[in-house]
Write a new protein. Structure first.
Length: 249
């Protein structure tokens, strides 16, 4: 297959990947569309993300003041993470390499009456703005880029001291190949065939190494699907989907 990947200090994306997500962008929020299972996954993922934000920024038993928090969602897609966090009062910026997805996210936020700043740009471009955020989220993106360490480096640099870095991706294991590739794409058709490349899946230890010594791993947890109920649950196993939360020292 012709590799159209861009992999330089300035550009870190695959034209093939962007085209794939462009073609699916209108389905981001459709509960009966191609992302139906992904929407269910997102609800469970959001619960984990909010729990980590509340644990890190909350005061005792009190939830954090979301209005005081700045958040950037790297690879925001249709806004499935950005918009719910903005509803809580946070100042949220979502960036994505897909212009089509950005427009879908903008329209949905406007329709929902939620204030979110969406930008069609790469994380490397955002880094040049020399702005840092209380929370940086990179969810299910790193497995789609040519230079994975570059992306994690950029995400880490955007976190304020004392801030939170949340990463979510797929582990590179035999189990993830069977479940996330064969099962999800070829058998159940939860996602279009070709959505993922197993060789780009990332081990938790690799992420921790890339994040670097300026950060402390606070929490990591896995996600699994109950196929009989169609529900996503958390699990101690990191063998397939997993989420990590790091605090910046």
């Amino acid at each position: 297959m012709l590799d159209k990947s861009k992999k330089t200090g300035e550009v870190n994306f695959s034209e093939e990947e962007i085209s794939r997500f462009d073609s699916l962008a209108e389905s981001w929020w459709d509960p009966n569309g191609k992302y139906k299972t992904a929407l269910e996954f997102n609800r469970a993922r959001l619960d984990v993300i909010k729990a980590q934000i509340e644990d890190h920024f909350g005061k005792g038993n009190l939830p954090p003041d979301y209005s005081s928090l700045s958040i950037v969602d790297i690879g925001s897609g249709g806004g499935l993470i950005s918009e719910p966090l903005a509803k809580l009062g946070a100042k949220v910026t979502g960036i994505d390499a897909s212009a089509v997805s950005v427009e879908v996210a903008k329209r949905h936020a406007e329709k929902s009456g939620v204030s979110v700043t969406y930008k069609h740009m790469l994380s490397s471009e955002l880094v040049k703005e020399a702005q840092q955020y209380d929370i940086v989220i990179n969810a299910e993106v790193v497995e789609h880029v040519p230079d994975q360490q570059q992306l994690i480096d950029e995400c880490a640099s955007l976190v304020k001291p004392g801030g939170l870095l949340i990463l979510a991706t797929l582990n590179r294991t035999l189990k993830s190949f069977v479940i996330a590739i064969v099962g999800a794409e070829y058998v159940m058709r939860y996602l279009p065939v070709g959505t993922h490349d197993w060789q780009k899946f990332v081990k938790p230890s690799e992420l921790e190494k890339w994040v670097g010594e300026d950060f402390t791993l606070k929490h990591q947890i896995g996600m699994k699907l109950n196929p009989f109920k169609g529900e996503w649950l958390t699990t101690s196993s990191l063998a397939v989907n997993f989420i990590q939360a790091y605090s910046r020292n």
